[in-house]
Design a protein around this ligand. Structure first.
Ligand SMILES: Nc1ncnc2c1ncn2[C@@H]1O[C@H](COP(=O)(O)OP(=O)(O)OP(=O)(O)O)[C@@H](O)[C@H]1O
Length: 209
């Protein structure tokens, strides 16, 4: 279970952003919906241990993440949270396999080539294992970023605006992939977006006003 309680944040010189309490059961799939500027990125940073809010408590399972030291929190994130950013952010000089192995070693987990192969196969890009990022299409790169997010079997999978630059057909395909990957890896899924087209794919919605 993941929860935020009485969380509020102030950027220097800005107004306070208050977040209503949220409880997420393991394995749930949630949409985090809000207009531009409503605080989605801020809340994702709070949930992933990147931004300590001035007020409130954030629990991931049994762990109150802001009670950890920042070093322990970085390691906790690497092992427990997979993040899919709007752009893939892969290392260009490394192959797809090497990028994924690096995500394992960042989390201080042993490198496991079988797991790399398994994840790439589940995303239907097994044949790209020894290619460099520049040799892949945008859709394939997005699959690699999903692969990197799930490689360490995180308890929580978060996608930040994964569909905003996609047409309707690709939007549906990416959502289906995220939902499928959260199920295969038994991860809780949060998809943050302002894209109302995706609303029907989710039964749970947390809306920022
Ligand atoms: N580093 C910062 N310093 C000061 N104010 C900030 C900072 N980051 C965000 N804000 C402000 O906090 C509010 C919420 O921003 P946030 O980026 O969380 O919104 P968002 O919902 O993710 O928006 P978008 O969909 O446009 O990315 C906005 O009013 C923004 O101007």
């Amino acid at each position: 279970m993941i929860s935020i309680q009485a969380v509020a944040h102030n950027y220097p010189g800005g107004n306070q952003i208050k977040f209503k309490d949220w409880q997420i059961n393991s394995g749930d799939q949630w949409l985090l919906l809000g207009a531009s500027g409503s605080g989605k990125t801020t809340l994702l940073h709070i949930l992933t241990g990147i931004l300590k809010p001035q007020h409130g408590e954030v629990m991931l399972g049994e762990t109150s993440i802001y009670r950890l030291s920042s070093k322990a929190r970085d390691q906790f994130r690497g092992r427990n949270i997979g993040i899919i950013f709007q752009r893939p952010h892969l290392i260009k000089s490394l192959t797809i396999a090497e990028n994924l192995l690096l995500a394992q070693s960042f989390a201080k987990l042993p490198e496991d080539m079988n797991r790399v192969k398994e994840v790439l196969a589940s995303l239907d890009i097994a044949d790209k294992i020894n290619n460099y990022p520049s040799e892949l299409s945008q859709g394939q790169l997005q699959r690699v970023s999903i692969a990197r997010a799930v490689i360490n079997k995180p308890a929580l999978l978060i996608a930040d605006e994964p569909t905003s630059s996609l047409d309707d057909k690709n939007t549906a395909a990416v959502l289906q992939l995220l939902i499928q990957q959260s199920e295969i890896n038994q991860a809780t899924l949060i998809v943050a977006t302002h894209d109302k087209r995706v609303k029907d794919a989710f039964t749970n919605t947390y809306e920022l006003l």
